[in-house]
Design a protein around this ligand. Structure first.
Ligand code: NAI
Length: 332
């Protein structure tokens, strides 16, 4: 099938080329993100392959349909960036990659926790400059701390197991409780407010929906323990960033690790060094010594990339052969 591949990055191209070594699909790699301005690049392509920061709104989808696109292969788990209602009314079908490696993201959470906690990023720079002082590098033992996991799907469950290995007490929160999992791990579910009140570390693993937008707002921050560490690898808009900045300024939030950010589209994944950063909120976040921002790299492992490529191409083959779509995304 002829595929217009948007927002291409070298690390993904390698994985897709290797997965498509038999040349079954004709993949055309485009560097720009998919927006209404770039949608015309897909003219004549029945399939568009899009990533997390491509904009699949009604206008873009309409332009794609006019250009002959019938199928959107999302190479992401999240699909909050696609207007499913508009796609359905246009007769465009879509599929995603629901799971590629929950380990990749959960392990990135641990990397963020321990970077913020043990300040290895600062130690690395210091030592390379001949500064062997330990002042300002004091961290805390993870052992015995309470970790609140919000969203106990694939990623949240892997994180729970890892944190139990550190000797943490793990509290779980989800609208659909998996009591069997909790029993098996000897941890338990708690109410949302209890998690906020009791946790030393809070990690977010729910999808972005109309219910979860700004899940963590000013009120939620005020209910957290003073000095709490919050990690967000879910989606940026789960957190009200202005409320986070206020809580960081008062010291109520002790550390924040963000792999995602509300307005990341057009910034994350791009090399903007040497350019002016026009986003004042992100610029403010970057001034805090206790904030770690990574550029949506939770998924970035060889294993995850290879799984993303194989599932995406499998989704496309299913559509091409008119088979039932195992990973279809649709309204409702
Ligand atoms: P999943 O679908 O396996 O789990 C999500 C969990 O959230 C489910 O258990 C569900 O019941 C729960 N949930 C949904 N709405 C809720 C609500 N209103 N209140 C409480 N719980 C709710 O998803 P998975 O694979 O664990 O991924 C979680 C999120 O992580 C994805 O939606 C995606 O946004 C993000 N993600 C980020 C990546 C990164 O590179 N930073 C990579 C992959 C996913």
């Amino acid at each position: 099938m002829k595929i217009a591949f948007f927002d291409t990055h070298p690390f993904e191209k390698e994985a897709f080329d290797s997965e498509n070594a038999d040349g079954k699909h004709e993949i055309h790699y485009f560097e720009p993100r998919l927006t209404k301005e770039t949608a015309t690049l897909a003219k004549g392509f029945s399939c568009v392959c899009a990533f997390a920061n491509d904009r699949l709104d009604k206008t873009t989808l309409t332009l794609l349909k006019e250009g002959g696109t019938h199928f959107i292969a999302l190479r992401s788990a999240g699909f909050n960036h696609m207007d499913l209602k508009a796609a359905s009314s246009l007769g465009i079908r879509a599929a995603r990659v629901p799971e590629y490696s929950p380990y990749a993201i959960a392990e990135h959470v641990v990397a963020m926790i321990q970077t913020l906690n043990r300040k290895t990023h600062k130690a690395y720079n210091r030592v390379r400059e001949g500064n062997f002082s330990l002042n300002g590098l004091v961290g805390f033992d993870l052992h015995g701390k309470t970790v609140g996991i919000i969203g106990t799907g694939r990623i949240g469950k892997v994180l729970a197991k890892i944190m139990l290995g550190f000797g943490c007490k793990v509290l779980l929160y989800d609208i659909k409780r998996d009591e069997h999992f909790a029993r098996e791990l000897h941890c338990h579910y708690a109410g949302f407010e209890d998690i906020l009140r009791q946790s030393d570390i809070i990690s977010l693993h729910v999808p972005l929906t109309s219910e979860t937008k700004h899940f963590i707002d000013e009120k939620a921050f005020s209910q957290m323990k003073r000095g709490v560490m919050m990690i967000n690898t879910g989606r940026g808009a789960l957190v009200d960033t202005k409320a986070l900045i206020n809580s960081l300024k008062t010291g109520h939030v002790g550390h924040a690790g963000l792999d995602v950010y509300e307005e990341e589209a057009g910034v994350f994944f791009e090399d903007l060094s040497g350019k002016i950063l026009n986003d004042d909120i992100l610029a403010r976040l970057l001034t805090f010594p206790n904030v770690l921002v990574t550029s949506h790299q939770g998924f970035l492992t060889h294993e995850a990339l290879s799984n993303i490529a194989s599932t995406t191409l499998k989704n496309i083959s299913e559509f091409e052969k008119n088979l039932p779509l195992s990973n279809e995304v649709k309204v409702g």
